[in-house]
Ligand binder design. Structure first.
Ligand SMILES: Nc1ncnc2c1ncn2[C@@H]1O[C@H](COP(=O)(O)OP(=O)(O)OP(=O)(O)O)[C@@H](O)[C@H]1O
Ligand SMILES: [Mg+2]
Length: 576
């Protein structure tokens, strides 16, 4: 045995063995090497980072940057364990602003590969160090521009057990793409490229805003479905993007969380964000989320995971609560409704400026429009196909789905009634008698109290018959008997019980039994498509919709309102 102190049976491991063991925690696959090297480049102030891989990174990984570089002495030191320029004492860990702080990554990577580091701090003199399996093979002068290039060949060549765990080239390549994507999201101001066997997989230029980076990484398609998130509560600021509910799908979402600029994996935070979608997405749908959390350094411990992929919050409950609220607020304004999306320039967001100074003042829809003078008259409302309400706004033409809109309005009202005293009911002079199947009768029995609170007082009669003494009266065209039958059939059929996520699971949009009941009732009680409405009814519906908490979506995640921006009209008619 070489090196290391030695007692009887206890011996200190030689540094190279210790490095290999540490590598087991830090370096799992090519993607983890890329992550560590790119983080080092960003910590060194790089403006451009280039990554090349061959064979999924199994035969070659090269990361080049134009950062600060290192002197020969620093470069040599950087390859020994616990050597770092980023902290000096344990107290510096609090609020550490760099990705790295352990001084482990370079020696760990070097110990399990054929490793080469080329660096220059001044753009004139430079150093090249070569190591094989952690053992120094060469140290020589090199000429290069300012910055650092690290080349890692034959990863795990000397730890065959680990090499066996590497997956197919495509799988490893995908993991590398993901690792670089995450880091590219943290720094839109830095250029990144990734080439895999000389094919360019990522190529993003410096950008001013995160949304531009999202756009560059994933294209317009995703970027246009995202709503901005911006919310602060006490010490915690949450910003980023949440996908419009109508575009959430059960699979393939992007979910990223960053804490103090550090990418972390935290299913609980994503779950809290999904909770913010409640009652706007279908059960099982997973919206894309990109969330940046900023809070003081002493509110979070970043040194809890070997690859730094997790952090520990001092008050996790608070963080989750604020994240949920941040997403909820992002979905609140009518701007959150789906735009018509008629090709380029058709996004037209911002036209619904309801939160800060409504483009269409609410009062205009309520009561007699002349009474609101000297305000401008309410825009005339036009019903088309007996299904949509169309009207003009400051910036375009708005189209409201009467059923979806009414469903949203009723849902919010019914949820208040279900948790309060209940809705005013209408006592029938001649009680209704309705027939149900055996499973439906069970549903009625199980929901008697909830039915009473929305206005249905029901009583078993004989056999399969039920007597209805009181009914709700949500609107003049309401068909109480039919609504009850549909409601009970939906509940018996589990229509709102949740899909992939399962009731109460992550993203289960209508998590509680109460919410499922409320949503089902709202859906069945709402005015239907194909129903002609009087102008006064349309006005009332619009006034109620615009004062709802989440006016932009119905309980299935469909938009209640879409709009055709004026710009788009002008473009189509060649006026602009
Ligand atoms: N690309 C680079 N440009 C300039 N300096 C670098 C670069 N990569 C590494 N260094 C220097 O080498 C040191 C060691 O890097 P290493 O990644 O091993 O540790 P670290 O980044 O300090 O901590 P961690 O192990 O948490 O990543 C760094 O502290 C830094 O000073
Ligand atoms: Mg590092």
């Amino acid at each position: 045995m070489t090196g290391g102190g030695r007692g009887g049976r206890v011996a200190v491991l030689p540094p190279r063995v210790a490095d290999q063991i540490a590598a087991g925690e830090v370096v799992e696959r090519p993607a983890s090497v890329v992550k560590e090297l790119v983080e080092n480049a960003l910590d060194a102030g790089a403006r451009a980072v280039r990554v090349e891989i061959e064979d999924g990174g199994k035969s070659l990984i090269r990361v080049s940057d134009d950062g600060d570089g290192m002197s020969r002495a620093d470069a040599e030191l950087a390859l020994s364990r616990h050597a770092t320029s980023k902290i000096r004492e344990a107290a510096d860990l609090i609020g550490v602003g760099t990705f790295g702080f352990r001084g482990e990554a370079l020696p760990a990577i070097a110990s399990v590969s054929r490793f080469e580091l080329e660096t220059s701090a001044d753009g004139a003199s430079g150093t090249r160090l070569r190591l094989v399996g952690g053992r120094r093979e060469a140290a020589e002068d090199a000429v290069r521009t300012r910055g650092t290039t690290v080349t890692v060949r034959a990863l795990f060549f000397n730890t065959p057990a680990r090499r066996k765990f590497l997956r197919a080239q495509t799988t490893e390549t995908r993991a590398v793409v993901e690792a670089l994507t995450v880091l590219a999201l943290t720094r839109p101001d830095v250029a990144f490229t990734l080439t895999s066997d000389e094919r360019a997989l990522i190529e993003v230029q410096p950008a001013a805003r995160s949304i531009d980076r999202v756009h560059a990484l994933w294209g317009r398609g995703l970027a246009e479905t995202l709503l901005p998130v911006a919310h602060r509560e006490g010490p915690l600021e949450v910003h980023g993007f949440a996908q419009r509910p109508a575009q959430a799908k059960p699979a393939g979402r992007k979910g990223y969380v960053f804490v103090r600029g550090r990418p972390i994996r935290d299913p609980f935070i994503l779950r809290a964000a999904e909770a913010g979608y409640r009652s706007t997405i279908a059960p099982g749908d997973r919206p894309s989320l990109i969330l940046f959390l900023d809070l003081p350094g002493d509110a979070v411990d970043v040194n809890v995971h070997p690859a730094k992929l997790e952090v520990r919050f001092r008050d996790k409950f608070f963080v989750e609560k604020v994240v949920e609220e941040a997403v909820r607020r992002a979905l609140g304004p009518l701007e959150a409704a789906a735009p018509l999306g008629l090709g380029a320039g058709g996004s037209g967001l911002g036209a619904w400026n309801v939160a800060g100074g409504s483009a269409v003042p609410l009062e205009m829809f309520a009561g007699d429009p002349r009474a609101t003078s000297p305000e401008p008259r309410a825009p005339p409302l036009l019903q088309v196909f007996d299904t949509y309400i169309v009207f003009q706004t400051d910036s375009g033409v708005a189209i409201v789905d009467q059923h979806s809109a009414h469903e949203r309005v009723l849902y919010e009202r019914v949820m208040r009634q279900l948790s309060g005293d209940g809705a005013p009911a209408q006592r029938l002079l001649l009680p209704l008698t309705l027939e149900f199947t055996a499973p439906e009768l069970e549903v009625i029995e199980a929901h008697r109290e909830l039915l009473r609170r929305v206005g249905y007082e029901v009583e078993p009669f004989s056999g399969r018959t039920v007597v209805v003494h009181t009914v709700p009266n949500p609107h003049p065209r309401f068909d109480a008997g039919r609504c009850l039958q549909e409601l009970v059939a939906d509940l018996a059929g589990g229509r709102f019980d949740g899909g992939a996520g399962g009731a109460g699971g992550a993203g289960g949009a209508l998590a509680s039994r109460l919410e499922r009941f409320g949503a089902t009732f709202a859906c069945r009680a709402a005015i239907k498509a194909g129903q002609r409405l009087e102008p006064e009814e349309m006005r009332e519906l619009m006034a109620r919709l615009l004062t709802a908490t989440l006016p932009a979506h119905d309980v299935h995640g469909r938009p209640t309102i879409v709009q055709l921006p004026k710009d788009e009209l002008e473009r189509r008619f060649g006026r602009s």
